[in-house]
Write a protein of this length. Structure first.
Lengths: 455, 612
């Protein structure tokens, strides 16, 4: 009795409040996106099961039940059955393309009675559990050997590849976010840094490749990338070589080893600079030799081309819908762009448009801030875990949520490439809602169990 | 570190949201143009009636057949063609045209056929449920109560690109007054368009009214016009002029209101509506004798002897002659080798009989006495300028300003005109009164429109002033341009007009206008027999009654011969019709005889029309 009370007392209610608030806001957005012009606007009509808004209400209700159930179960089952859950999930992912119906080219949906489920959405928490289990093994240290790192990467690379095979590239890319968790767990920052640097060269270089500096063969893109490389190199020099410079004057004892260390670091940074240049120029050369339609797609993604009826159409319509919302928005169910279907996939990937159009700057800023509080809270919760298992799982949850929010909102705002992934708790669909609920509430249950360890 | 990075990205997103939603209106505008379809609601055009309230022009429902391509598949085309009275070939061709049109969408309504009459569309209306995807849309076209006053009433047609550019009220496909009153009173007749805001989805389908029509604006109907035209008078005028070329204009002197404005040849305005307009217009433009020309205000004619009244007034006012001044006339004006002929009458004679008998010699001597009077005017140019100013004050030489489009100015020559025309080898002006003597009898360089001749009659009837002639009597809930109630005085004093009135009265009592005499009221008149390249034009100008005149009239019959042949009897009939409200039996017989009396016109090659 006492134990149960303490468990309930130690549940992080702030996160649950944010969860409920996001669910509520999510449902109003679904109403805005699915509402057909001319239908009645009262609650009962919106909640009718025959409509998408009614169906989403069913998903929300069942998610709340699921959340309660997870909180009632013992947290130790996740540690115990992590690999089993992971293995079953992999089997399901392998089986999916054979059972699936082709929906818009995607082979990721399994029909069960009247419902369609997307197993990929559930693989996220299963993979996270397996990673947490693997990395919390006695004596495991990520820094100890490259093999450990590669094993971790392999753990999420397998579901990732399986999902790519289902033609769900967006959902697969989500697993890349787990590098954030690996970084927290000791993966050298240089790997993360190198990855980010490489992406930034390609994006910036291509974005400005057609603006030529007067009188030269040199493009603005080249200049900007060179500037970026210079900034990175100077930053690296500052971070890694400052201490050796300070230590130089201390005493003569370690001069030799200091010299060796300094040489090694300078060599690495030089290598980084050369590799950067090579990557930039080879990338532009490769893009120049790509077939036209692929070049075009990349250019549209980077905002190089204004192409209202082509690939860029979605993002332009998304910006129009959001931009027309103004300060306070057009009001619940009063959005015109979403109602009249100008925004494609408005109830799934582009749901944030409805928030922007109907709730305006106030509403959409509030949603972003709620997500920011959730992410901050997840870091806070992860850091307070007494076990490595809890901490790793917590960072997995954070990484996945952060990736979804940043990529989805960034895409809708035209700041990120178009990658089709849902906005947690907002996008229509039971699978993603259930998947995120599993992910979050397993963590909350693990967090609630920390009391036992601390006692 | 991770938390800070995420926070930074979210802040960047907030800034992006801020710029998208609060810094610019372009997204709002683009959203509106996406979603809102502003559908124009057309106001009913004002009707037009004559001065007695008889309806002349009104609106008639017409029907457009619309088609939604996506929905029309599987329709029995043959039956549809039968219902609409079109051939299957035309159907196929039209469907092709529609598919190629700019902004074509298979999901929205496209115009298939336009402006069908109720009769033409009745079969389709009955069976329209069979023709899925085809629908009927009501519009309105102009309908005329009779074949009268085509030029005066004008017509409406689709607005041209240049008209759209001039006035942003119009959109492509709108209708606008093209001719006549329809054009000059376009702003009053058209009303004000309303609009409704409809919601349109991404496929172009209409989903309903925005905010249940809260922002819709109802159209304001156009104003009805009451013309000053007397329909019965107009009808009589057009009947008299059948088969003849020319014009008849009548004005109410006290108000400047035009009572009839007849031009011949004319056409049936009812043929200028609906779908046939373009084709019919082209036919008329090629027809002989330029039926599209409104001779009453666009015909430029030598005024002939009717002009002598204006000369008498000028000479009297300038003190060149008095009422009692006598000039000789021995079958004309002889001066050196110069001769202007005249018919036989007593000589010498003073002013009143000279008007009554229309003596050429008298007015030639008068003009000579004025232009070659070097003691009063230092040069012939000074004299000519003085003369010209009198003419202009009587409304000649410039458009009078009637409320109809296309009025012509005629020609009143001035000193510069003759300086340029009559000069020696060194280019120095070389002319005097004798060089230009024929203008005194309304020949030579002088030309007037029939409206200006009628206005001269109205000015004499008023003894020295006129009001700018106009064809609209009243605008519903509106006021006429103030210039149509302002008196314009000539430079000649009323006493001199009285003298001229006496001459014109005498012309009816025993002069050239004898056949206009009636015991019922005193008619004043002046004939004209205008020489030209062909047979003389028959001209008459007059008014009645002499005191408190009710009607001034000008008749111009091309190649009609003597003024007395057609001009005088036509003028008398017009006056009788207006004053009595009908023609007596004898007059009716006379009218019929004149209508049956032919004038043979040389088959002319069509003249090119002046551009409007």
């Amino acid at each position: 009795m006492e134990k149960k009370k303490s468990t309930i007392g130690s549940i992080d209610w702030l996160t649950i409040c944010i969860y409920v608030a996001l669910l509520a806001l999510g449902w109003t957005s679904i109403c805005g996106a699915c509402y057909e012009y001319g239908e009645p606007k009262d609650f009962l009509s919106l909640a009718a099961f025959s409509t998408r808004t009614g169906m989403q209400l069913v998903w929300i209700g069942s998610s709340l039940l699921l959340a309660a159930l997870i909180l009632l179960l013992d947290d130790r089952i996740y540690d115990t059955f992590a690999y089993l859950i992971y293995a079953l999930m992999l089997l399901l992912l392998i089986a999916t393309p054979f059972l699936a119906h082709n929906i818009k080219g995607s082979m990721s949906w399994i029909k069960i009675g009247p419902f369609s489920l997307q197993p990929a959405e559930f693989a996220k928490f299963a993979t996270s559990l397996a990673l947490a289990k693997f990395m919390s093994a006695y004596g495991f240290r990520l820094r100890d050997s490259w093999r450990n790192l590669f094993a971790c990467i392999a753990l999420f690379l397998v579901p990732m590849v399986l999902i790519v095979l289902q033609k769900e590239t967006g959902s697969a890319l989500v697993y890349l976010s787990l590098f954030l968790m690996l970084y927290r767990e000791g993966m050298p920052g240089s790997i993360l840094f190198t990855g980010i640097a490489a992406v930034s060269y390609i994006v910036v270089g291509l974005r400005y490749s057609e603006v030529h500096l007067i009188g030269t063969w040199f493009s603005l893109g080249d200049a900007l990338v060179l500037a970026l490389i210079a900034v990175y190199v100077l930053g690296l020099l500052y971070v890694y070589c400052r201490h050796t410079a300070l230590l130089q004057d201390a005493d003569g004892i370690h001069q030799a080893s200091l010299h060796a260390l300094r040489f090694k670091r300078h060599a690495y940074i030089t290598l980084f600079a050369i590799a950067s240049l090579a990557l930039h120029f080879s990338a532009s050369a490769i893009v120049d030799h790509m077939p036209d339609h692929q070049q075009k797609r990349i250019q549209v993604l980077l905002g190089l081309r204004d192409d209202p009826n082509g690939v860029g159409y979605n993002q332009i319509q998304a910006r129009i819908a959001i931009g027309s919302g103004g300060l306070a928005g057009k009001g619940f169910l009063n959005g015109t762009q979403t109602k009249l279907k100008y925004v494609p996939e408005q109830e799934t990937d582009f749901i944030f448009c409805t928030v922007g159009e109907e709730q305006g700057f106030i509403g959409s800023a509030a949603v972003l801030i709620l997500f920011l509080i959730l992410l901050w809270r997840l870091i806070h919760l992860a850091e307070r875990q007494p076990t490595v298992f809890g901490r790793v799982y917590g960072y997995c949850v954070f990484s996945i949520f952060a990736f979804h929010v940043i990529i989805n909102v960034g895409m809708v705002l035209g700041l990120m490439p178009v990658i089709g992934i849902p906005l947690p708790f907002f996008s229509y669909g039971g699978s993603s809602l259930w998947g995120f609920t599993f992910l979050l509430f397993i963590f909350l249950r693990i967090d609630a169990g920390r009391i036992r360890m601390q006692r | 570190m991770l938390g800070a990075s995420v926070a930074l990205i979210i802040v960047v997103y907030l800034i992006r949201l801020f710029t998208l939603q609060l810094m610019s209106d372009i997204y709002k505008d683009r959203a509106d143009s996406n979603a809102f379809l502003r559908r124009i609601q057309f106001p009913a055009r004002g009707s037009i009636s004559d001065r007695n309230g008889k309806l002349l022009v009104f609106n008639q429902p017409a029907y457009d057949i619309m088609v939604v391509m996506k929905e029309q598949e599987g329709v029995d085309t043959l039956s549809l063609c039968q219902s609409l009275g079109i051939t299957p070939e035309w159907y196929v061709q039209r469907m092709e045209e529609i598919r190629k049109m700019k902004g074509y969408s298979p999901l929205t309504q496209q115009l298939f056929m336009s402006q069908l009459s109720a009769q033409e569309s009745s079969d389709f209306q009955e069976k329209h449920t069979l023709y899925h995807g085809f629908s009927i849309q009501k519009r309105s076209i102009r309908e005329y109560t009779g074949p009268w006053a085509a030029h005066l009433l004008g017509d409406v047609g689709e607005v041209s690109p240049s008209e759209i550019e001039r006035d942003d009220y119009y959109r492509s496909g709108d209708y606008i007054g093209k001719q006549g009153v329809e054009r000059s009173y376009e702003k009053q007749l058209r009303g004000i368009k309303g609009s409704e805001i409809l919601l349109r989805d991404v496929h172009g389908r209409i989903k309903g009214k925005y905010q249940n029509g809260r922002y819709d604006v109802l159209p304001i109907p156009g104003k009805n016009l009451t013309l000053s035209i007397d329909l019965e008078l107009q009808k009589l005028g057009e009947r008299l002029m059948q088969g003849k070329l020319g014009a008849i204009v009548a004005i109410e002197p006290a108000t400047g209101e035009v009572l009839c404005l007849v031009t011949s040849p004319t056409f049936d305005p009812r043929e200028m509506t609906g779908r046939q307009r373009g084709q019919h217009f082209a036919t008329l433009a090629r027809a002989p004798h330029t039926p599209l020309l409104n001779r009453a205000i666009q015909g430029i004619y030598p005024p002939g002897s009717t002009f002598k009244t204006s000369q008498a007034l000028t000479f009297l006012q300038e003190g060149i002659i008095t009422k009692d001044t006598r000039y000789p006339c021995n079958h004309g004006f002889h001066y050196g080798g110069l001769k202007v002929g005249c018919h036989g009458h007593p000589s010498p004679l003073d002013l009143v009989p000279s008007i009554a008998t229309s003596c050429n010699g008298y007015f030639c001597w008068g003009l000579h006495a004025m232009l070659d009077n070097r003691s009063k005017y230092p040069t012939v140019q000074d004299a000519m300028s003085t003369w010209r100013d009198y003419m202009v004050s009587m409304g000649f030489g410039y458009p009078l300003g009637i409320d109809l489009p296309g009025e012509k100015r005629g020609l009143i020559p001035n000193a510069e005109f003759y300086n340029a025309k009559l000069h020696d080898r060194n280019g120095r002006p070389h002319w005097n009164g004798l060089s230009v003597i024929s203008i005194s009898i309304g020949q030579g360089e002088v030309s007037l429109t029939p409206l200006q001749i009628c206005n001269l009659a109205a000015t004499i009837a008023n003894r020295g002033w006129f009001i700018t002639p106009h064809v609209v009597h009243a605008i519903q809930d509106g006021e006429l341009d103030p210039k149509y109630s302002k008196r314009r005085y000539t430079d000649v004093s009323p006493a001199h007009y009285e003298t001229v009135v006496q001459g014109m009265e005498r012309a009816v009592l025993g002069g050239t206008c004898r056949s206009a005499y009636t015991p019922n009221y005193v008619t004043c008149g002046k004939t004209g027999t205008a020489q030209n390249l062909g047979h003389d034009h028959s001209v008459f100008m007059g008014f009645a009654p002499k005191d408190n005149p009710r009607i001034a009239v000008a008749v111009y019959v091309e190649n009609g011969g003597w003024g007395a042949t057609f001009g005088v009897p036509f003028g008398a009939l017009i006056i009788e019709q207006y004053i009595n409200g009908h023609l007596s039996e004898a007059s009716e017989q006379r009218a019929q005889a004149l209508i049956n009396k032919p004038i043979s016109y040389a088959p002319l090659r069509s003249r090119s029309l002046p551009k409007d």
